[in-house]
Design a binder for this molecule. Sequence first.
Ligand code: ACO
Length: 429
Amino acid sequence: MADTATLEINGVKHEFPVVTGTENEVAIDISKLRATTKGVITLDSGYKNTGACESAITFLDGEKGILRYRGYSIEELAEKADFLEVAYLLIFGELPTNEQLEKFHSDIKKHSFVDDDVKKILDAFPKAAHPMGVLASLTSALTSFNPSCVNVDSVEEMYNAIVRILGKFPILVAWTMRKKNGLPLYYGDDSLGYVENILKMMFKQPNQDKYIQNPILVNALDKLLILHADHEQNCSTSTVRIVGSSHAGLFASLSAGISALWGPLHGGANQAVLEMLEAIKADGGDTAKYMEKAKDKNDPFRLMGFGHRVYKNFDPRAKIIKKAADDVLSDLGIEDPILDIAKGLEKQALEDKYFVDRKLYPNVDFYSGIIYRGMGIPTDMFTVMFALGRLPGWIAQWREMRMRKEPIGRPRQLYIGETERKFVPVEKR
Ligand code: ACO
């Protein structure tokens, strides 16, 4: 591969370095483009061809269906690691030793509370508020309770900020659900593992002395969180990096990421998938009819949970989740007709020319909602669960961006509006 790329504009040639990543991905470094061409920019709506940063956290190859965190395959991590280990790996770059993991967990537990006044903020939301709006607001509100700025050059301060948010965030998640379900707020139990504690915080009933852990649920949630933990420069992660690049604090950057995740084209797809499957069921289960709607360019309907910006072969997370959905429902003895509809849709889509030609495959969200539903989590909480899983990835990406001292994110534009014109007073318009 040549180490420079040549661009010719108006007969003048400009050379740009070609850089190669550790997995042999190739990029043209255009950081001097404007300077050398006197103002020419690139135009790339949706950043489909634009690398926004160099990163050592997650590698994915959408054509081959590969996803690795810090070099470890998602398949191996989902099978052998637990969520806290994966969080440590993503954030700090290496799998923790036993000692490091124990310290990490114990430091997180020291921060597993929020100021009691947060309850007042939560109280002010109507019960019908969407949990993602509540979560984004509460996360942002944490800034007011922890106002000091993190000195990112201090290893200790950075570490403390990380364990603090890893301790507090699950409480916000659990409280968002408890508020929705009309349950009194509960601070959890620090004798439990990270994921076990999350389940207890979400599900413990006020009249229960003891919450009995179901290992099937613990295992399923652990796996789901691992599968969602990072996905390189997606919409919400790029949002976290770009907000953080202005040196806004960690909580503010995370809150922005939560809002970005909410949309149905991104993390909100898991809720949209379940609502779609429900609608198909209510409409008699005619999957062929919905396949036709998805293909009809005059119909805004899209097959939710299908297609992905980068996976053009298969989404490796979807494979793992499909099996987990089967396992969890059969372990819990649940027969969910929605699972059959999902499988029917998948089968038809994989054989349909429209979907095959466009390389549209089920993504991570196609089956995750079915598992969450089996676990007793309300549909509009699904994206909140995604945010819980994505938290370590957002933290890792924010930390990397700050430690690399990346400049403020500020894209350019190609202006297509009016050229200069004279102001006309209101009485003459
Ligand atoms: N159903 C029907 N057609 C689809 C779908 C779908 N789910 N997804 C893409 N297409 C079609 C488009 O209409 C387009 O067709 P055309 O070439 O004839 O115009 C073609 O496939 C390419 O689609 P784009 O929208 O250009 O692809 P893009 O990379 O911009 O979008 C996205 C990716 C947003 C994920 C899209 O596939 C989609 O909307 N999927 C449904 C929502 C979803 O599941 N989102 C979750 C993604 S995973 C995540 O964020 C965690």
